[in-house]
Design a protein around this ligand. Structure first.
Ligand code: G6P
Length: 362
């Protein structure tokens, strides 16, 4: 049938979509470039960003995790304060809004009911909204004032992969273009850095055997697994844990390295897998300290570090990319490890139990 054709030679959509990520990066760079090769975004969106005194990012699931990374870009590069909220919770705890808020809805499908409820609500309050989505003409796109597209191509597997990295890339471009429009100096060239990211993604997609080995070694029979990281690595750990639970049904949680001692460390037993991300120079020593603490309690550590920060104990070293953009590549090992863990445990990778690709009910 048609779905077989679309999958090509891939056994699963998820694997195909993971592999498409370098291509999607290059497509995004191209779609957001002007004739002179400069990154560009609709003027009215840039104006809306500049008019805002605070940005509220609203999203669910994987898109929420992309929002946590996006906040770092917008605050660090464009210098606008950002709050990130889970759609379903926003209505119960509407924060005290600033005088000139701009709402950014991040949604792969553009159809998530929880996010739409917030959009309807804030439009009624008279606020402006921008939707970042993969689906042109989707409900959230039509009902918002502005739209930015992900250009990731259809995502079929329930577990989101290429949409997450596309969301992060588009958020980085939004931050960069906004920063430039406000005369802020950037110390890097984003087009170039995203190109380096695309190449690094390719290297990771070619290392599938390594990730299959890691999945076999750490996750083939375990009941649970923990992801730790500090700073931006913590947010990627949250996404890694979500991927793993969605498709392998392993109970997985992401934690901030510094929070371990405040509770989670009680769960560490002999052989508990700990997947630690170490891609940030400023916290490298601290996260490695956390690894030592869990190893002393019997944990089985799988350290994913970045070139330049590696040690002999690391299970995998990702290529070096711009420090802010590491989530775009550090997530790929986590996607592939989850994929192989699910495969080894004979789970339905593309259609995990109890989950829907887009949740259009509250
Ligand atoms: C569902 C999907 C998730 C997704 C979430 C948000 O729960 O299973 O993979 O992250 O919805 O979807 P959206 O389309 O709004 O990004």
């Amino acid at each position: 049938d048609a779905s077989d054709i679309e999958k090509g030679t891939y056994p699963h959509y998820m694997l195909k979509e993971i592999d498409e990520q370098p291509l999607v990066m290059r497509k995004i760079i191209q779609k957001y470039q002007d004739d002179n090769g400069e990154l560009t975004i609709d003027q009215e969106i840039v104006e809306a960003m500049n008019d805002a005194d605070r940005i509220y990012i609203i999203a669910a699931g994987t898109s929420y995790h992309a929002g946590l990374v996006g906040k770092q870009f917008i605050e660090k590069i464009a210098k606008i304060p950002v709050e990130v909220h889970i759609s379903s919770e926003f209505g119960y705890n509407i924060p005290l809004l600033s005088e000139k808020p701009l709402f950014i809805f991040i949604s792969q499908s553009g159809e998530t009911a929880d996010s739409r409820a917030v959009l309807v609500n804030v439009k009624e309050m008279g606020h402006k909204a921008l939707t970042i989505t993969n689906v042109p003409g989707s409900t959230l796109s039509r009902e918002a004032d502005y739209t930015l597209l992900l250009h990731a191509g259809p995502e079929i597997a329930v577990a989101s992969t290429k949409a997450y990295t596309a969301q992060i890339a588009v958020l980085s471009i939004l931050a960069e273009v906004t920063a430039k429009s406000r005369g802020l100096e950037l110390n890097f060239n984003l087009v170039q850095e995203l190109g380096i990211v695309a190449n690094a993604m390719e290297v990771l997609c070619d290392a599938k055997e390594d990730f299959e080995d890691i999945a076999r070694k750490f996750l083939s029979t375990t009941r649970n697994a923990f992801f730790i990281g500090r700073g931006i690595d913590y947010y990627v750990g949250l996404e890694g844990a979500l991927k793993l639970k969605e498709i392998s049904y392993i109970q997985a949680e992401g934690f901030a390295g510094g929070e371990l001692k405040h509770g989670t460390i009680a769960l560490i037993e002999n052989g508990t897998p700990i997947i630690a991300l170490a891609t940030q120079e400023s916290v490298n020593l601290s996260i490695r300290g956390n690894v030592k603490e869990v190893v002393a309690r019997g944990a089985n550590p799988c350290i994913i570090s970045m070139k330049g920060l590696e040690t002999e104990e690391d299970s995998f070293i990702i290529p070096e990319v711009n420090e802010l953009l590491t989530p775009l590549i550090s997530v790929i090992p986590l996607q592939l490890i989850s994929y192989f863990a699910a495969l080894h445990r004979e789970c339905d990778v593309d259609k995990p139990r109890n989950l829907a690709k887009s949740v259009t009910v509250e």
